[in-house]
Ligand binder design. Structure first.
Ligand code: MV4
Length: 480
């Protein structure tokens, strides 16, 4: 493998190119008309404009991307995350075009893209799952019987959904019929697949996911967990590894379950197995994400691995260079997603001109960044500017470095989620580890953020006055 085309943009495109370069592999960037001056274009060895700004005309245009790879003599395509990364046809088309798809087999993507097919695939492997139906529910009388059996509240989920799309909570039987009708029609219009199923609603879960890696020789390892409970409307905000609630026994048990899920779909490359965990530390398999995830860096930091390198090696047909016994957790890592969104205004995208932009650096700080000063943040794509990742020997240290790094970050021209990240990192519930997926809904309001900022400003002012008074004493000057 001598040349890779990266079918993505922003920080992840650069992240992938960095490893390719380290491995002596040259890189091809593709870009839309809106991304002409983007860092990922400059970072690549070659770059090709593939179309207009809207993603359907560029980053989602499979034909043009594959043709570009062929014309430039690339050997492989790395899809990153989002865009075409979990598109089974794209994986198939890539391979049919005599290019290596750096990702799983298209069939694994297809199976895990359907929640019902995924449940079916793992059935024989004794994986804990939330009580619910194994098949699509179409009949309302059936639904009522099943829901009564399971016990309310229940959740209706779209088989083709995922990441929280197409879910409906039903608290009592009287609401079931309307909610099911809505769920079915929503599933049909959003996914072109009206299959829905029922699960017991786990009211206050934590989201714990396991990173897995598999080669073409039957070896599968897991690289421990990431805790991703801090999210807002299904958008993750802060991720960390390890999770504060897992014991070594539970970790091993979940790791083994994740490896079995990977085995069940003949998985290859990097994947993530998502679990819900209830208050009693029962865990349930939810879904598998068949891509490299946004939050992969926290795993890299605590395991000392380069997951993109492992993906590339596996795609080249090599055996995994690591065995399960070789892996151990060292230290603690946190990731804050820095979005161009306004936390004081409903997290609306705050796109525009980046007047000033400088990222923090120092011991324990990694920034996976896709932007620079003097650029516009385009309206066409996800408004994530960067990922601020910190590492310490303990969680407290990683948290301390995170707060300092947030203070060091300078962004002018757009609002960002940096102050919101600081709010979370300083919040007692987050610091103590006592949180679930409702953390943001339960603890965050713009007023709470403003109050925390005021408080911090007062403390800073008091410290400054104290310092000033002490300095005056040292200088033996008259007091104020
Ligand atoms: C659930 C659940 C409670 N009970 N399933 C949301 C994303 C998708 N992967 C599945 N999700 C959930 N499934 C049952 N049976 C609660 C969620 C959920 C959630 C899960 C992980 C992280 C954040 C979440 C936020 C709201 C709901």
């Amino acid at each position: 493998m001598k040349k890779i085309l990266i079918a993505n943009r922003g920080e992840i495109a650069i992240r992938i190119m960095r490893t390719a370069r380290k491995m002596g592999i040259s890189t091809v960037a593709v870009y839309s008309e809106a991304d002409r001056n983007s860092p990922h274009v400059k970072y690549a060895d070659e770059a090709v404009c593939i179309g207009e700004a809207p993603a359907e005309k560029s980053y989602l245009n499979a034909d043009v991307i594959i043709r570009t790879a062929q014309e430039l003599g690339a050997d492989a395509i790395h899809p990153g995350y989002g865009f075409l990364s979990e598109n089974a046809e794209f994986a198939e088309q890539t391979e049919a075009g005599n290019l290596t798809f750096i990702g799983p087999l298209s069939e694994s993507i297809r199976v895990m893209g359907s929640k019902l097919a995924a449940k079916e695939a793992v059935k024989a492997y004794d994986i804990p799952m939330v009580p619910g139906t194994e098949k699509a529910i179409t009949d309302i009388a059936d639904a009522k019987r099943i829901a009564k059996d399971i016990g309310y509240p229940i959740l209706i989920k779209a088989s083709a959904g995922g990441g929280g799309k197409g879910m409906r909570i039903v608290k009592a039987e009287k609401d079931l019929e309307t909610q099911m009708t809505r769920a079915v029609s929503e599933a049909r219009s959003a996914f072109g697949d009206e299959a829905v199923f029922i699960e017991k609603y786990v009211a206050s879960p934590r989201h714990v996911e396991i990173q897995v890696m598999a080669d073409n020789h039957g070896n599968i390892i897991h690289l421990f967990e990431r805790e991703c409970s801090i999210q807002r409307r299904h958008q993750k905000v802060i991720e960390e590894a390890p999770s504060v609630i897992l014991t070594p026994e539970l970790r091993a048990e979940m790791g083994e379950a994740a490896v079995k899920v990977a085995k069940a779909c003949d998985y290859r490359g990097a994947g993530t197995v998502e679990f819900l965990m209830d208050e009693n530390l029962n865990f349930y398999f939810l879904e598998m994400n068949t891509r490299l995830q946004v939050e992969h860096p926290v795993t890299e930091l605590i395991t000392g691995t380069d997951l993109v390198e492992l993906q590339i090696r596996v795609a080249r047909g090599e055996k995994l260079p690591l065995k399960q016994e070789d892996l151990e957790i060292r230290g603690h890592a946190l990731e804050l997603r820095v979005y161009a969104e306004d936390p004081l205004n409903e997290f609306l995208p705050s796109v525009g001109y980046l007047e000033d932009y400088s990222i923090p650096s120092g011991r324990g700080i990694r920034v996976d960044n896709g932007f620079e000063a003097g650029m516009d943040v385009p309206i066409y794509y996800d408004p994530m500017l960067a990922k601020l990742i910190t590492y310490g020997s303990t969680r407290e240290e990683a948290l301390q470095i995170m707060v300092e790094a947030i203070d060091q970050y300078t962004v002018k021209g757009v609002e960002t989620t940096l102050p919101f990240g600081k709010f979370v990192c300083l919040h007692e519930a987050f610091r103590s580890g006592n949180f679930d997926t409702h953390f943001v809904a339960n603890h965050y309001t713009p007023d709470a953020l403003l109050a925390a900022q005021k408080d911090a400003a007062r403390t800073a002012a008091l410290l400054a006055v104290k310092q000033y008074t002490e300095d005056l004493k040292k200088l033996r000057l008259p007091k104020l």
